[in-house]
Ligand binder design. Sequence first.
Ligand code: ZN
Length: 164
Amino acid sequence: MNEIVTFGHPALISKSSDIDQIDDYIINLSKKMISIMYEAPGVGLAAPQIGINKNIFVFDAGEGPFVAINPKMEKKEGEIIFMEGCLSLPGYYWDIERAEYARISCLNEKGEEVVYEGEELTGRVLQHEYDHLRGKLLIKSLKRKVRKEALREISLKGFPGDKI
Ligand SMILES: [Zn+2]
């Protein structure tokens, strides 16, 4: 079982590549990611968070679980600031500004073209996990001063809680 990697792991800052074929490996990977997400527990998990730089994430903002393969961000609308954390930065939360609504198109684990969209938690999770696939960690969304403080705090304390 893969463990969730934390801030400092190179997979978290690398760009992921598209999946050519949805074979048994990918189907098993999506199942494994869903169970790791629930076990954490979290509302979303992207492959880089278990050290795999492939364009796949799973999420459950209340109606899932859903699998997103090779997602493309189609639309973002509005603006909202909300407290947000990340399983790869366990125990830390910051106010993060994001679009209120987001829509992505992708493939699901059956290879079907699907659209995931929503506001509030769904919109937020979609943007958060999409960022992971581009190697963008939550900490990069912070304003410069806040980021400096956050990095200092992490270097001093590490991840004490380990789990949310
Ligand atoms: Zn995250």
